[in-house]
Design a binder for this molecule. Structure first.
Ligand SMILES: [Zn+2]
Length: 248
């Protein structure tokens, strides 16, 4: 795979997350663009690119970055699909913002608008048990945002989620490996010296969980004003917010 292709993702993970990964681009009708990362046999991405588009569109697309993020986490049992999809949903825009391809405003606006779809609805169970689209993608993304914020709070912003993920990848935890979820969380937690991943999982995996999103965004200093967001740099977690999406 062209190393430049995964530039944003390599930067986020500290290295290209899966050695020898294959990218297979298949032509499809119209302007469709979507892909699928797989770990069976070896790491690969099947990417469907509409004939109305060209390879430059694929390179610029969020869809390709989403699939590349999938390479950087081990394959899990099916009931934890939300862990994998949530991670790709959460990390994709952040990796692009850090590479200067998206503004922090765009990333936070999309989180403010998207994450409510991940909250439990009446009758929903934990993320391991309710497998709707909203809970899988946005509920999973919420888990990872909470983890990132909590790791930064507990370590005085010395470490963030990416440091936990670096350790998982460094121990060979790419999509080509099958790991139990517990192992991935143990490796990640140990790397940053917290129990954040295991603790959050205990609250959100088997149980619906209880997250006050408005309070979280207030603490981060993110407020929606019409279609845009305003940042409050005096908010208690403003530094955490900046560390997550600042260009580096
Ligand atoms: Zn995905």
């Amino acid at each position: 795979m062209d190393p430049k292709l995964g530039r944003e993702v390599s930067r986020y993970f500290g290295r290209f997350p899966a050695d020898g990964a294959a990218l297979i681009v298949l032509s499809a009708p119209g302007d469709q663009i979507h892909g699928r990362a797989r770990g069976t046999g070896a790491a690969s991405i099947l990417f469907f690119l509409g004939s109305d588009l060209d390879i430059a569109d694929a390179r610029r697309s969020w869809e390709l970055v989403h699939e590349l993020v999938h390479l950087g986490f081990p394959s899990l049992p099916r009931r934890h699909l939300w862990v994998e999809e949530g991670l790709a949903t959460y990390v994709e825009p952040i990796a692009r913002a850090r590479a200067g391809e998206l503004t922090p405003e765009k990333v936070w606006r999309d989180l403010v608008r998207g994450l409510p779809q991940g909250l439990p609805r009446p009758g929903d169970e934990g993320l391991d048990r309710t497998h709707t689209w909203g809970r899988t993608y946005w509920g999973g993304a919420l888990f990872w945002l909470l983890a990132d914020v909590e790791i930064r709070e507990q370590t005085g912003n010395r470490f963030g989620l990416e440091h936990a993920l670096h350790a998982v990848v460094a121990q060979g935890g790419s999509i080509a490996e099958r790991w139990p979820l517990r192992r991935a969380f143990e490796v990640g937690d140990r790397a940053v010296g917290t129990r954040v991943l295991e603790g959050l999982y205990a609250k959100m995996g088997p149980l619906p969980g209880d997250v006050d999103l408005d309070a979280l965004f207030r603490r981060l200093g993110v407020a929606l004003r019409g279609k845009a967001v305003d940042f409050d740099d005096r908010a208690p977690l403003a530094r955490v917010r900046r560390a997550i999406t600042e260009r580096r």
